[in-house]
Design a binder for this molecule. Structure first.
Ligand code: PGA
Length: 241
């Protein structure tokens, strides 16, 4: 694990965008694993700017997102499909038919999850996986538990995650209780991982990820076993380290 300490959110975002841009320059046909949430927004803004300036291109990229709320349709403003369209896909030169987000509107969890894993495998796996980290140490929606779940699966979100994500909904009752998430297997099989974190709310989780025991009680701690994992965090997120 390489830890890059940045000053603040903007500085973190600049560094993260630079890593993704370098990945695209070195391998224009990269398969990217993408993340939603507040943390990657600044990096996405910078990538959009770089693409508009002709410095990078997503034309040959394919992408697989980490997760999606179960029960939301693609066009639901709270869906991660919608988030990706609004914040990245509609603003860069990516071929939208080569972007993938788990299908939250498919109630058949078993086939949704199996198809997603099969598609990633058929694509040859993920070259660069972007990850945020939850306050409780989750990656994607792999919540703290008794075991690492390897495959894409349907999860019951923890109260901590529902509370954290309720800031984006009108009320906590509107936050979906379940989600489809890539499992630890596809994440760990990514050839390179980039974790980004900002703010004091992440400090304990970042400490547990980097220095705690490798345990499913902190899913992000498994990243200690990855041979090429870069953590870009700001001073506040590293304040417990
Ligand atoms: P956030 O979410 O970027 O909105 O803080 C991160 C996560 O829960 O993985």
């Amino acid at each position: 694990m390489r830890i890059i300490r940045t000053r603040d959110y903007n500085h973190m975002s600049e560094h993260a965008a630079a890593v993704i841009a370098a990945q695209l320059t070195l391998q224009p046909n990269s398969t990217l694993g993408l993340a939603t949430g507040s943390t990657p927004l600044g990096a996405y803004v910078r990538l959009v700017e770089m693409c508009a300036a002709g410095k990078i291109s997503f034309a040959q990229v394919q992408s697989y997102n980490l997760d999606e709320y179960r029960g939301l349709t693609h066009d639901d403003p709270q869906s991660y499909h919608h988030f990706m369209w609004e914040n990245l896909f509609s603003r860069v030169d990516i071929d939208v038919t080569r972007t993938h987000v788990p299908d939250g509107s498919n109630e058949d969890a078993a086939s949704t999850c199996a198809n997603y894993d099969a598609a990633i495998e058929a694509a040859g796996g993920i070259d660069l996986q972007l990850l945020g980290i939850g306050n409780n140490g989750h990656i994607g929606f792999n919540e703290p538990g008794d075991e690492f779940v390897v495959g894409t699966h349907c999860v019951d979100l923890t109260e901590s995650t529902i509370k954290a994500n309720s800031r984006l909904f009108e009320s906590i009752d509107e936050v979906p209780r379940q989600a489809y998430t890539l499992g630890i297997g596809a994440i760990m099989h990514a050839r390179r991982i980039l974790v980004i974190a900002s703010g004091t709310a992440k400090a304990d989780a970042v400490h547990a990820m980097c220095y705690g025991p490798v345990t499913p009680a902190c899913p992000a701690s498994v990243l200690q076993l990855h041979p090429d994992c870069i953590v870009i965090a700001d001073a506040a997120a590293l304040s417990a380290c």
